[in-house]
Design a protein around this ligand. Sequence first.
Ligand code: BG6
Ligand code: MG
Length: 213
Amino acid sequence: MKVKGIIFDLDGVLCRTDEEHFKAWKALAEHIGVSDFTREDNARQRGVSRMESLEVVLAKSAKSYTDAEKLRLAEYKNDIYKEMLKSMTPADLDPDVMRALDALKKSGIKVAVGSSSKNTPTILSRLGLCGFFDAVADGNDITRSKPDPEVFLLAAKRLTLEPRECLVVEDALSGVEAGHAGGFKVAAVGEAAKLGVADYDMEKLSDLIKLVL
Ligand code: BG6
Ligand code: MG
């Protein structure tokens, strides 16, 4: 397929921070006495905002929480998560991801990040990817998280491209749905690639090279 731009989700696509999110939510779950928080629960947190992700944990708790308490719980999780991010370095960048990004950039295809995470700037900087992307849209820029297309539409706008000229790359069902809702073609990796809901299912990110070049 021919595209002018590719918009990458971050967690679970460009890096393995989806695993750190899971561990930090698991720690929060245990902190509030939820002992059966599973990877299936975590799959429903992929792509959605911090506060919506918190609701997935709280749904397993018998207790109800005030808005102020919820904010404190989200902060508790985010502190654990940010502590984990401190040990991230450019060495954590998967060589296959770098191979894909380099090949796309050399070909003149514009690259962007479209993530629900407010930690996006920190992660890009820890991975040494500050300034690498032609555009970044993240959780700090939006009010509606995936499956709403807001973050991808903003990324496309910042690339000065139309959705139909871009491909979205996602690991989450909510992200695939967001891409489609925005009028983008979507390639899936990881969890989402097992669902058969995207336009293209890939085993690894460098599969993009044969898909678009
Ligand atoms: C998404 C993750 O990328 O970012 C979600 O898939 C997460 O699981 C969301 O909840 C928000 O992340 P953060 O870093 O702003 O808490
Ligand atoms: Mg993701």
